[in-house]
Design a protein around this ligand. Structure first.
Ligand code: TMP
Length: 216
């Protein structure tokens, strides 16, 4: 196949997902540091973003602002469009500049979280059919049972957000992730990793998956 210079040097878009308390933050930092140490160009990003829309979303998650679930789903989608196309640090531009991206949450979270309390198909449609929302090269799902993630969050010294309070809801969200991955299995590259193991074992597995994608 004839690969153009630009295509060959474009970065890979990697998303890390999981229910609250699964250890995503720790694993993303470890992955980022390992990639940097290996001399691989990489940038870290997250959703919700730090934009104005991201701020409204945070207000809704903390309970300062009351929104319906479809309003919240639409805001996450709008935030994602800005995240993709903004000319300051947008995903598209960053990939074209040759950086790989590690993104903490993406549309899979909208499908699993907002899809729990409103029409999941509609949430999928508004994201997957939007031309300004890119498809990731790889989604890694850090899988942890809800009761274990809840115990980890109890140790966090802060007020819990909308989706962090209820262990039953977390288990439903985890099940929803599985539902979403089943629907997407033929069109998206999704890797489920058991997050109930020692930190370094998980980290090595994530790193190997990511390196495979970067070298592909
Ligand atoms: P974080 O705690 O990983 O920063 O994520 C913030 C919360 O936002 C978390 O409870 C999951 C939720 N969320 C959604 O409900 N829908 C989405 O599309 C995204 C990106 C996050």
């Amino acid at each position: 196949m004839n690969i153009s210079y630009t295509e060959k040097n474009k970065g890979k878009f990697i998303v890390i997902e999981g229910i609250d308390g699964c250890g995503k933050g720790t694993q993303i930092s470890l992955l980022y540091n390992k990639l940097i140490k290996s001399g691989i160009p990489v940038k870290q990003t997250a959703e919700p973003t730090n934009t104005t829309v991201g701020g409204i979303i945070r207000d809704a998650l903390s309970g300062r602002l009351e929104l319906t679930i479809p309003e919240l789903a639409a805001l996450f989608m709008a935030d994602r469009v800005t995240h993709n196309i903004n000319s300051f640090d947008g995903i598209k531009m960053t990939l074209e500049d040759g950086f790989n991206i590690i993104c903490d949450r993406y549309y899979y979270s909208s499908f699993a979280y907002q899809g729990l309390d409103c029409d999941m198909q509609w949430v999928m449609d508004i994201n997957l059919k939007c031309p300004d929302i890119m498809k990731p090269d790889l989604c890694i799902f850090l899988d942890l049972p809800a009761d274990i993630s809840k115990k980890r969050m109890k140790n966090a010294n802060r007020n819990l957000e909308l989706y962090e309070k209820d262990v039953k809801k977390s288990e439903q969200i985890r099940n929803n992730f599985y539902k979403v991955f089943e629907i997407l299995k033929n069109t998206q590259n999704i890797k489920i990793i058991d997050a109930n193991r020692p930190c370094n074992v998980i980290s090595n597995e994530i790193y190997n998956c990511v390196i495979d994608i970067i070298n592909s």
